[in-house]
Design a protein around this ligand. Structure first.
Ligand SMILES: Cc1ncc(COP(=O)(O)O)c(C=O)c1O
Length: 283
């Protein structure tokens, strides 16, 4: 609902890309507010790749265009900016905000929950172009009315102070210890490359879900060729202290999330475990 409340009653559909579970969930929400045109849908092909630019036919008069920059469940990430500058660009960046620099001035609205790269759950970051609120509907419940949040300096309601404080510490850490988002981006890219190279050099023992060009740096979703080994993989991993490697309940399989807080050393340890597991179980 966050993105959709911006525009006054309208008849021209908003453009949506359905590239995975989270963008798929956003469409019925948006339809409560007005018509939606899905300009690309990866559902039929099992959400294992993202559209190339040539496959996208953006509406030049759409009231806004919405996409999800990183599909957390399937491990797909756009490594380019989508949309056109003439149509307000709205993006759910819940699972990759702060993993790399983004040209925020080219977005009408970016939103992200905190609990991936930012801090604990309970806070949502919304970055929006101030001029958009001028045309906002007037009949919204107060909490969905960004004018009110802006007028009150983001403390219209009682804010969750602890998550916001942790986000402050995390952003300071990013700036002073990591050295900024360019640096974070290099680190994340290297971490992901290491793990994907274990999949790619496994001779088919492990198989990544996402098409190589659309691989997420944040969520590495994969399977073991012999699916029966996946539960053993999870229990061996748990014994060694690697937790949360099961895939999302909707698709199963395995998933390693490499958010900013995961160190390169932790990724190296996971890679070693995976190679060792393969050596023990490959036929
Ligand atoms: C990209 C994306 N959007 C939305 C959500 C939903 O977030 P929440 O549970 O904070 O509503 C998630 C959850 O992981 C997500 O990864």
């Amino acid at each position: 609902m966050i993105a959709m409340s911006l525009l006054r009653g309208r008849s021209i559909p908003a453009d949506y890309i359905v590239s995975g579970y989270w963008s798929w969930k956003s469409v019925p929400e948006a339809q409560r507010e007005g018509p939606v045109r899905v300009i690309w849908n990866g559902e039929a092909s099992g959400f294992n790749c993202l559209p190339s630019e040539g496959e996208l036919n953006y509406g030049s008069d759409a009231p806004y265009f919405h996409y999800v920059s990183n599909e957390t469940v399937e491990g797909l990430q756009f490594h380019r900016l989508l949309g056109t500058d003439g149509v307000p660009r709205i993006c759910d960046m819940s699972s990759d905000l702060l993993c790399r620099p983004v040209p925020s001035h080219r977005f009408a609205l970016m939103y992200a929950h905190a609990q991936k790269n930012l801090g604990p759950s309970g806070a949502t970051v919304v970055i929006l172009r101030e001029d958009l609120v001028r045309d906002m509907r007037r009949d919204l419940p107060a909490m969905l009315d960004y004018r009110l949040h802006l007028e009150h300096g983001s403390i219209y309601n009682t804010p969750p102070v602890f998550p916001i404080y942790v986000i402050l510490l995390v952003t300071r850490w990013l700036r002073s210890e990591i050295g900024g988002l360019e640096k974070m981006c290099e680190i994340n890219c290297r971490k992901a490359e290491r793990l994907y190279s274990v999949l790619d050099s496994s001779g088919g023992f492990y198989a990544g879900r996402a098409a190589a060009r659309d691989r997420s740096w944040m969520n590495v979703a994969f399977n073991i060729h012999d699916r029966k080994l996946e539960s053993l993989f999870l229990s061996d991993a748990e014994t060694l202290g690697f937790r949360g490697l099961e895939g999302h309940r909707t698709i199963g399989g395995l998933r390693a999330s490499l958010y900013n807080a995961i160190t390169p050393e932790a990724v190296d340890a996971l890679c070693s475990f995976m190679k060792d597991f393969q050596a023990r179980h490959a036929e």
